[in-house]
Every structure is written in C-alpha cells, then in structure tokens.
Write a protein that binds this ligand. Structure first.
Ligand SMILES: Cc1ncc(COP(=O)(O)O)c(C=O)c1O
Length: 407
C-alpha cells in the first residue's frame, strides 16, 4: 500500500530516545538540552505586541487576495531588513514561504531533477536528509574540518562536484558546530559556484544568534553570499529563530545573482508556490509589524543568547580536563569532543544518571566521540544542569567505553 519513501521514513526510534521514554515512564522528568525551541527556553515574543499586530493584520487581510510570491508589504519588510544590514535584496526577488524547511524543498524542486546532487555540509542538522529524500535528490556531503574551527574544506567541496551536482547548501551560522563562514570562505565558495555553474542555497536561520570573539564585546556582522558574484544565490531565513515565532510558519527565499537566472528562477518558483499558495494571509499582513515592533525584541533575544554563551563558556572552563570544544561563532549549539570516550554510552549515562538529554555526535554525522547540546537555555537550567552534564561526561573508572551506534 505504501510508497518506497513512506517505508523509509517510518517514525524515528533509537536507543537514546527509547532510554528517554523509559526514564520518563519511571516518573522522572527529562530536561531536553537539544530541542532549540526558543519558546521552551523562555524566549517568547511579547504577547501584548503580538496581539496588537495580529488584530490590525486580521483587519487588513479580511478580503482574500492571494499573491504567489507573498503580499507586497511582507516582501518589502523582508527587503528592508536586509537593507538595514547593507545588503540589497529587492522585494520583487523575494518569495514568502511557510518556513525555511519548505523553502528547502522549493529550492530542491527548482534546481534538481530526480537523482541530481546537492552538496551539503557534514556534519549537519539532520533535517535536510529527509527533505532531500522526499524531494528525490541526493545529498552529497562536503567536509567541515573540526581541527580548523569547523571551517569549510573548499578543496573537498570542489572535489565532490560531479556532472549531476546542481547546488551547494551553506549553513552559516552552522547548526550544530557554530561555525560562521568568513568572507574568504564565501568568496572561495562563490568562485567554485561560478566555475561549475552551481546555485548557492544560503541558510541563515541563525543570523541573529551571532557570538562575539573571545576578546570582543560585539559580534562581527554576518558575511552573506547574496552579493558574492555567484551565478544564483537563494538566501533562506524566517521568523522561527529570528523572533522566536516558529508557530507563525513565516519564512522566505531571497534571490540574487545573474539577473537572467534570477528571472527564470522566479518564474518557476511562482508556479511552485502558486500550487500550494504561500503563508496564512493574516501572518503575512502581520510581517511588517513584527519586523518593526519586534526590532527591539530581536536585539534583546540576541543579547540573551550571548549571555547564555558567556555562562556556558564559564562553566566549560571548569571542566577542560574532561572535554574540549571549538568555540562557536554563532547558533545555539556546541559540540563537545570527548577524547576517546564512547559518545552513545556517555549520552545514555547522562540521561539515566542526570535526566539530561544531549545528543551523540553521530546524530549529525560527526566523527565519533562528540556530545552536542543547546546552550540557549534559561539561566537556572544552565547553572543546574551543565555542571552535572560535565560530571557525568567524566570517563568511567574502567576506562573508555565503546559501543556501535544504532542507525
Ligand atoms: C540549520 C537549520 N535550517 C533550517 C531550519 C528550519 O527552520 P524553520 O523553522 O524556518 O523551518 C532549522 C531548524 O532548526 C535549522 O536548524
């Protein structure tokens, strides 16, 4: 009765999540240190502002006049957001989408035929595997090198290009390594894209979660591929992380590059989007208000995220004998390197002994011996949980543990 894809994507179950369910069933609550849902971490867009914006938006969207690209006022607001950071992305090169995840699917359908290849960073958040599977495209990994601060291995990237490669995904800030692509890396990537006529899909969903360097107070502005001179750049972002509004399902694709390629891409995207129609009309009508009244909220969230990192870094300094890590430049996550300890068993021990859920690195296709956790937490959760996490991450007296990861 079911398709091959449906058979391949039956509900996930693995040893760690079964252990989590057992701990919960025994009556102990589990603290989830991986979810990245800002609302659960105490980041909530102010209710009074949201109400004000939505009441006005529902009035303005009372009569249904759909636009496949999204309402002009919503696209103008997105364009203005970029303009304020010195990046020109015109409203008529922007398409509104129901979140970034669906925008990926649109990109894959726009750029690749069945069996074509899209280059994707490794390690990576496991969202794209499923989108690619459903979209019928093959993801080909390019390496990020931990020994170089999780920098992009451009040589490996270029060597991974085949006649079927259609696009490269760049995630910056990157989930879960925290790497932010430098201007030099983006230039290198754009050069490769030009040489091989590839599109760049630039996922910037963590753009507001930039962290300062060790000796600086403010983070550097985010280098963006939008005006890098690559043949076609599709910049993705949305409200879920930017304003802690994942339930709004408001995202966008902003196109730039060779004008003829942009024009042709927009022509096809119009039909792709028209097939489903973009985003709830009231949410679209609310977008300009959210950008405008939410500006201070966005800055405040950014400051709180930086404060979470400062606290986490101070706590990490007390356990440098147990694990090392690459200092994240952005995003919500940090990957601890456990030396030769088994990551799967360590994650399970942390869960059973401390009721804390963290992920082993293989969830993200990392080399073995890593633990990944989200440092964007309520301050009390960081203070209460992180020392226990490090304590439980200590190698057992019997020496390193080993086990094979279960797929
Ligand atoms: C790197 C990355 N891109 C995209 C998404 C999905 O974003 P959205 O909530 O806008 O669909 C996530 C979700 O966590 C993510 O980590």
């Amino acid at each position: 009765m079911f398709s091959t894809i449906a058979r391949r994507i039956r509900g996930e179950s693995n040893a760690l999540y079964r252990a989590r369910d057992e701990v919960r069933a025994s009556g102990r609550p589990v603290v989830d240190l991986v979810s990245g849902n800002l609302n659960d971490c105490g980041y909530v867009f102010p209710q009074n502002l949201l109400e004000e914006i939505l009441v006005e938006a529902s009035r303005r969207s009372a009569v249904y006049r759909p636009d496949s690209f999204g309402q002009a006022t919503a696209r103008e607001a997105v364009s203005e957001f970029y303009l304020k950071s010195g990046c020109t992305l015109a409203p008529d090169s922007i398409l509104v989408t129901p979140g970034t995840s669906l925008a990926y699917w649109y990109c894959f359908k726009l750029l690749a035929d069945e069996g074509d290849e899209i280059l994707c960073p490794r390690p990576s958040y496991p969202l794209f595997d499923y989108i690619a599977l459903m979209g019928g495209v093959n993801l080909v990994p390019y390496r990020m090198r931990e020994e170089e601060g999780w920098g992009i291995d451009l040589e490996h990237l270029e060597a991974s290009i085949s006649t079927r490669t259609r696009a490269v995904v760049l995630i910056s800030p990157h989930n879960p390594t925290g790497h932010v692509a430098s201007a030099g890396e983006i230039e290198g990537l754009a050069e490769i894209a030009r040489r091989h006529d590839l599109a760049i899909i630039s996922d910037e969903v963590f753009s507001e979660a930039l962290l300062p360097g060790k000796r600086t107070l403010r983070p550097e502005p985010l280098p963006r591929p939008a005006s890098s001179g690559a043949p076609l750049v599709i910049t993705l972002n949305g409200f879920s992380k930017m304003f802690a509004l994942p339930g709004m399902k408001f995202g966008w694709m902003a196109l730039s590059g060779d004008p003829e390629k942009v024009r042709r891409a927009l022509g096809s995207l119009e039909l792709i989007s028209d097939t489903f129609l973009p985003v709830n009309e009231t949410v679209q009508a609310a977008a300009p208000g959210i950008f405008q009244l939410g500006n201070a909220v966005r800055f405040e969230f950014g400051m709180r995220i930086r404060d979470c990192w400062r606290r986490t870094e101070a706590l990490l300094a007390t356990c440098s004998d147990r694990c090392s890590y690459v200092r994240p430049q952005g995003g919500f996550y940090v990957a601890l390197s456990l030396g030769d300890q088994d990551e799967e068993r360590t994650a399970e021990r942390i869960l059973r002994e401390r009721s804390l859920l963290v992920h082993p690195g293989w969830f993200y296709d990392m080399d073995p011996h890593h633990l990944v956790f989200c440092f964007v937490q309520k301050p009390e959760v960081l203070e209460d949980c992180i020392p226990g996490l490090f304590e439980a991450a200590r190698p057992s007296a019997d020496g390193p543990e080993r086990s094979e990861p279960e797929p």
